[in-house]
Write a protein that binds this ligand. Structure first.
Ligand SMILES: [Zn+2]
Ligand SMILES: [Zn+2]
Length: 279
């Protein structure tokens, strides 16, 4: 049994793994991993997604700093004056495609679908969230709470159809609604804490000047310091890794919410909110 973890868990297919991820230690096949030339070993595609996200801002993202993949929380901003960019994992989108060609090829369709205007809008909303303004943390949490509730309710009903005694189980716990609320509150508690404590350090780790006009340019300007195409690659790869529809809220997908990097979940949520305006 040397199967690729993502093939087995997400695609329900079996493919031999060819390498163990340097960061998260999972086994991955060539369509779910690769050897970035500026990093010391094989990486799975979930951790490569984190490397690309960091690279989009020019960050060097040293291994172990927790930059995505496998639920590793991003915590450390780069040292001031570290002058990011010199050793970023991927210089740009083409460099990513050249360094990990099989993974790039496998994820082409998902990456091509990502709308660049919506990525820029998602970043602007990320800054709104950072300032706790538009959206405020509470508005954001209300919205993801209702999305997650739908997913949890679906899951509970699926269980009830599959297990004869599941109904009694939920009745003992105050009924289905109470059960759904408890699950939802657990998710909200996690994201409330992430917004308060981890959002700013994560953004600093991507690019250390927290200003949206610096990141993506003024509204009438073509670009800022963030390589939007590379960030779009990260989002497309994220969609590919999880077989996630980026036009819907990721909070409909409990497996993604529970197991993937909260930074990417939040970014995907803001993207799904932005896409309506730009599609
Ligand atoms: Zn695979
Ligand atoms: Zn990994």
């Amino acid at each position: 049994m040397n199967m690729c973890y993502q093939c087995v868990t997400i695609k329900s297919s079996t493919q031999d793994g060819i390498g163990v991820c340097y960061i998260c230690r999972t086994l991955a096949c060539p369509q779910h991993g690769g050897l970035p030339s500026k990093r010391p070993g094989f990486h799975c595609s979930r951790c490569i997604t984190g490397l690309i996200t960091q690279s989009s801002g020019g960050s060097t993202s040293p291994p172990g700093s927790g930059t995505g993949g496998a639920g590793v929380p991003a915590t450390k901003p780069p040292a001031p004056g570290s002058g990011g960019g010199a050793d970023r994992a991927f210089a740009n989108s083409v460099d990513f495609e050249l360094q990990v060609p099989l993974l790039a090829q496998a994820s082409t369709e998902e990456r091509r679908k990502v709308d660049l205007s919506a990525v820029r809008e998602a970043i602007r909303r990320l800054f709104g969230l950072l300032r706790n303004e538009v959206p405020s943390h509470q508005d954001f949490l209300d919205r993801i709470g209702s999305e997650a509730s739908e997913a949890i309710r679906d899951e509970v009903w699926r269980q009830m159809r599959q297990r004869e005694n599941a109904f009694g189980y939920w009745q003992e716990r105050g009924g289905v609604d109470a059960g759904v609320s408890a699950e939802r509150d657990a998710i909200l508690g996690r994201y409330r804490a992430w917004l308060a404590e981890d959002l700013e350090p994560w953004m600093l780790s991507v690019y250390p000047i927290l200003n949206e006009n610096v990141w993506v340019g003024e509204r009438d300007e073509p670009a800022g310091v963030i390589d939007v195409l590379l960030l779009a690659d990260a989002m497309g790869l994220y969609a590919y890794n999880w077989q996630l529809d980026l036009e819907r809220s990721p909070f409909r997908r409990l497996d993604v919410v529970v197991a993937s990097d909260p930074a990417l979940v939040v970014l995907a949520e803001l993207y799904s909110q932005s896409i309506a305006a730009y599609a």
